[in-house]
Design a protein around this ligand. Structure first.
Ligand code: ADP
Length: 444
């Protein structure tokens, strides 16, 4: 590591003047297109006879984009742009429909995975030897080993605990003096619930920060987790097609804006319907080009994730462009009685109210001709015996105001809903005719 003591990790790259960065990005983009256009059937089909010398950052949007479906056609490794002898690791996501998405790494790609995640950990306050409790799932999912690579790259100390067995997690955090927790926000909320249920004061744990991501979460969820664990919680964004975690990250001073590691992942933001570039600060679909990836690079990959891009003044001097929180996924959008609803909007209403817990599931009842929507959550323990009907009426009223369509609310017993300990939380359940109730006793 060449950084001076006390200086931001990878300081030169993170604070490079914007113009110099653009020159570097253009050079990398042309080199990438030259390198991959004939290297795999996918890239040949997408890039045809494009001359890399004609490409600029301004006309990049004219290259046809690819999406998850396109990439699946080239399963398992038909997109590979290097000789198989150069591969060092393979990850995959289960995906929702059959074939997994495969991602492969060369030694260089693994170095980037480590470096970009080290930037995130450094931003959260980790340094050499800092005890980091990595409760993202290890295995084919990129989360566990992705953060692990960053922790090792930075020289911090990993506890590779993966998800599950919350009691043991809390014991080890306390006994090992863990300072930083890395896991999904839903698991962080589950750990906070565990502390509350067992009367463990969060101040008795030395935890100070959490790096939470891989799934959507709201500001309300952040507040609950920060309070419940006594930490500052920052967001991290990534996806398997680009490398896994470490594509974007907040810092404690820039909450709400995630720096994009744009020297590796060049972002664009487009109107999902027309494909036109949207203005800075406007929400659209994020599209990324992996400027320096070797094994399985993507050119103009449409993520399905909706967010905005914006330059901000970072008090620490980073010049990387930022992305907002993910406001939704184009394919997560629920259409209920003709109204578009994102689960994150329901979460925002529920978690804005201290009287309900962070655990919730949205059930779309599709048994009849007109689908209906119910949010199933739990009361906070002190509310369980209070005026529950008034609470439900208030929540339903606020949901209707925010969503423009009605959403009933029902309450399980405190602690009665399942917590996601491993993997990503599943927030939406579709209830089809002929199926049993997803919450017998609560929904009929
Ligand atoms: P990974 O295995 O790295 O989580 P996946 O490909 O399984 O990657 O999932 C990536 C998707 O997860 C993203 O496209 C996005 O929809 C979601 N995601 C990841 N991080 C966040 C985040 N911080 N906020 C909201 N959604 C996120």
């Amino acid at each position: 590591m060449t950084d001076a003591p006390g200086q931001m990790f990878d300081h030169a790259a993170q604070t490079m003047p914007v113009e110099a960065r653009r020159e570097q990005q253009l050079a990398d983009l042309r080199a990438l297109i030259g390198r991959v256009k004939d290297a795999s059937p996918q890239h040949r089909a997408q890039l045809g006879d494009i001359d890399p010398g004609d490409i600029t950052l301004e006309n990049l949007h004219q290259i046809p984009a690819v999406g998850k479906k396109d990439l699946r056609e080239y399963y398992p490794l038909e997109m590979l742009c290097v000789d198989k002898s150069e591969l060092r690791r393979i990850h995959a996501t289960s995906g929702t429909s059959g074939r997994p998405t495969i991602v492969a790494y060369t030694e260089g790609d693994l170095e980037v995975l480590g470096r970009t995640n080290a930037r995130v950990l450094d931003a959260a306050g980790a340094g050499p030897g800092t005890p980091v409790h990595n409760a993202y799932g290890y295995g084919l999912f990129t989360g566990g080993l992705g953060l692990h690579a960053g922790i090792e790259h930075l020289g911090a100390c990993t506890l590779p605990i993966s998800g599950g067995m919350t009691e043991r997690q809390v014991l080890l955090m306390r006994d090992l003096g863990t300072e930083i927790l890395t896991c999904t926000p839903s698991y962080a909320a589950a750990i906070a619930d565990y502390l509350a249920q067992h009367d463990i004061d969060p101040a008795s744990l030395p935890l100070r920060a959490g790096i939470l991501g891989a799934e959507p979460w709201s500001e309300g969820m952040r507040e609950s987790i920060e309070k419940g664990l006594g930490i500052t919680a920052i967001d991290i964004f990534g996806m398997c097609e680009l490398q896994g975690p470490g594509v974007g990250f907040e810092t404690p001073a820039t909450k709400g804006q995630m720096f994009v590691n744009e020297d590796y992942f060049y972002p664009e933001c487009i109107d999902p319907a027309t494909g036109e570039t949207v203005a800075e600060g406007e929400v659209g679909e994020l599209v990324f080009t992996t400027l320096r990836k070797e094994a399985v690079p993507v050119v103009r990959y449409r993520t399905g994730d909706l967010a905005s891009l914006q330059r901000i003044d970072d008090p620490a001097g980073r010049t990387l462009i930022t992305m907002s929180r993910i406001v939704g996924r184009a394919d997560d959008m629920l259409i209920v009685r003709g109204v578009n609803v994102f689960p994150s909007e329901i979460e925002a209403v529920l978690l804005d109210d201290d009287r309900v817990s962070t655990a919730y599931t949205i059930v779309i009842d599709e048994r009849g001709p007109m689908p209906s929507m119910t949010a199933v959550t739990e009361p906070a323990p002190e509310v369980a015996t209070g005026d529950v009907p008034a609470l439900l009426r208030e929540l339903e009223h606020r949901l209707r105001d925010r969503l423009g369509v009605s959403c009933s609310v029902v309450l399980a017993e405190p602690g009665g809903l399942p917590r996601t300990e491993i993997g990503k939380a599943v927030r939406v359940k579709r209830w089809k005719s002929g199926e049993d109730s997803p919450f017998p006793g609560l929904l009929r």
